[in-house]
Ligand binder design. Structure first.
Ligand code: G3P
Length: 223
């Protein structure tokens, strides 16, 4: 299971990398807006910080020519760029051209198994089903991950299922059980994965008991 960070915050990317848990980064226009900084500056900083790991940067054009132009521009910023293209008719047409240019594409805003099938048939490197947003409207987002993983396996598609719109740690566990390829998560969810109250309580007790052990070998002057 690869861990991508769903963020445009440089400090978060640096911390995830320092932990050794960073396999890539995904961004979107909403995350870019939260930084309050010019997009090109932020994107280039992310690319540099995450290199050589893949970084998904999203196009904002909605027509084929516009998407192609933006995807090529984004890709010129770094060879670790993955162009994020929405699941639309124009998006799939753009993908059909970009794959011939060997520009990797992450198909975003995927909410159904048929959309996931189209993205794979079109040759996407990644498909991003948004599970949290499906949960929000009363559907079971994780069923879409099961469908996508099964369909790709049945037909031997190489497109990677990138679980997006993750909201809590159980989304990660379930995505792993199903065998999804990648989970992109907010930094807050990555931090939650470390946590268990028994770990905190256990550490507290060990440290308290250590105080009762005679002769601390780690101190320069033994007590
Ligand atoms: O980056 C795409 C996706 O992960 C967005 O998540 O929380 O805005 O639904 P969210």
């Amino acid at each position: 299971m690869k861990f991508f960070l769903d963020t445009a915050m440089i400090d978060e990317i640096k911390q995830a990398k320092a932990w050794g848990f960073l396999d890539g980064v995904t961004t979107n226009p909403s995350l870019a807006a939260k930084t309050g900084r010019p997009f090109k500056t932020v994107a280039q900083e992310i690319l540099k910080t995450a290199a050589p790991l893949p970084v998904s940067l999203e196009v904002v054009a909605t027509d084929v020519e516009g998407m192609l132009e933006q995807a090529r521009e984004l890709y010129s910023w770094g060879k670790n760029v993955v162009a994020k293209i929405p699941m639309t008719e124009a998006g799939m047409q753009a993908l059909n051209i970009l794959k011939k240019e060997e520009i990797p594409v992450n198909v975003t805003l995927v909410f159904s198994a048929n959309q996931a099938l189209l993205a794979a048939k079109a040759g996407a490197t990644y498909v991003s089903p948004f599970i949290g947003r499906l949960d929000d409207v009363g559907e079971e987002g994780m069923r879409l991950i099961e469908d996508a993983v099964r369909i790709y396996k049945n037909y031997g598609f190489s497109t990677q299922v990138l679980v997006a719109s993750i909201r809590h740690p159980m989304h990660i566990v379930e995505a792993c059980r199903i065998g999804a390829d990648v989970a992109t998560m907010p930094f807050s969810v990555l931090r939650q994965l470390f946590k268990h109250p028994l770990t905190d309580a256990g550490l507290k007790k060990f440290l308290a008991d250590w105080e009762k052990v005679p002769g601390n070998p780690f101190e320069k002057v033994p007590r």
